[in-house]
Design a protein around this ligand. Structure first.
Ligand code: 5GP
Length: 219
């Protein structure tokens, strides 16, 4: 009886500790967004201070740990992202899963030589359509894929990556996003597809005039 109580108590404390760490990590991320994020017209949030130009590796480490906590049970064999900003996030995350990173490359035009999976993605920030490729050498039907990326807006980048995973016949185990702009359509579209999408910070609204950023689960 006493043994079971101790086991139960240990399990509850373990879950509590994990949740506290999660709250601390995500608080850290939200504080940085609030303090150093720059809201631009056109629903663009610049976070060049810690994510998209200068990279805060310590914060990145916390992001990697959190993705491991959220998707550890999915046992991915590879982490897939898209160049350029996704690469640093994917590499740090991959260290916690001990798996390789594959990043989709953007090209202005491609040779359809049959050696690559290809798709088209419209860039949210540059408003350009890119051909995107992944070599067939690095994705196969045996792979279990975790996709990670920095931002989710209208979902074009993710839909392109999902298309590539499907072309390879691999299984998509989940998607981890650092910052989701919840007021744009991508999150709903991807979740409606039944995909396990988790975002570390979800922005409910942001204002380019005042610079205010409101998160959807504000504490
Ligand atoms: P989506 O394809 O979901 O419309 O946009 C996602 C992609 O566009 C991400 O890979 C990210 O690089 C870029 N992106 C979208 N919104 C933002 C933003 O507000 N700030 C930054 N820095 N990048 C964004």
């Amino acid at each position: 009886m006493c043994y079971y109580f101790v086991m139960y108590y240990d399990r509850i404390s373990f879950i509590n500790n994990q949740l506290q760490r999660k709250v601390r990590r995500m608080k850290l991320l939200k504080e940085r967004i609030r303090r150093e994020g720059n809201v631009k017209p056109g629903n663009v949030l610049k976070v060049d201070m810690f994510l998209n130009h200068q990279i805060d590796v310590e914060l990145m480490n916390e992001i990697g740990k959190e993705f491991k906590r959220l998707f550890g049970d999915k046992k991915p064999t590879k982490i897939l992202t898209i160049e350029a900003s996704g690469i640093a996030i994917a590499c740090i995350t991959a260290q916690y899963f001990n798996v390789p990173v594959v990043f989709a490359k953007k090209a202005q035009s491609i040779n359809l030589d049959g050696d690559s999976y290809t798709t088209k993605i419209e860039s949210f920030t540059h408003k350009k359509v890119y051909d995107v490729i992944v070599s067939k050498k690095y994705l196969s039907r045996d792979d279990r894929i975790l996709i990670v990326d920095d931002f989710l807006a209208n979902g074009c980048a993710l839909l392109g990556l999902i298309d590539i995973v499907k072309s390879a016949g691999a299984s998509l185990e989940g998607i981890g996003i650092v910052i989701e702009k919840g007021f744009q359509s991508g999150g709903k579209a991807i979740r409606d597809m039944g995909i396990d999408l988790k975002s570390l910070a979800i922005i409910e609204s942001m204002n380019a005039e005042t610079g205010e950023v409101v998160f959807s689960d504000e504490d």
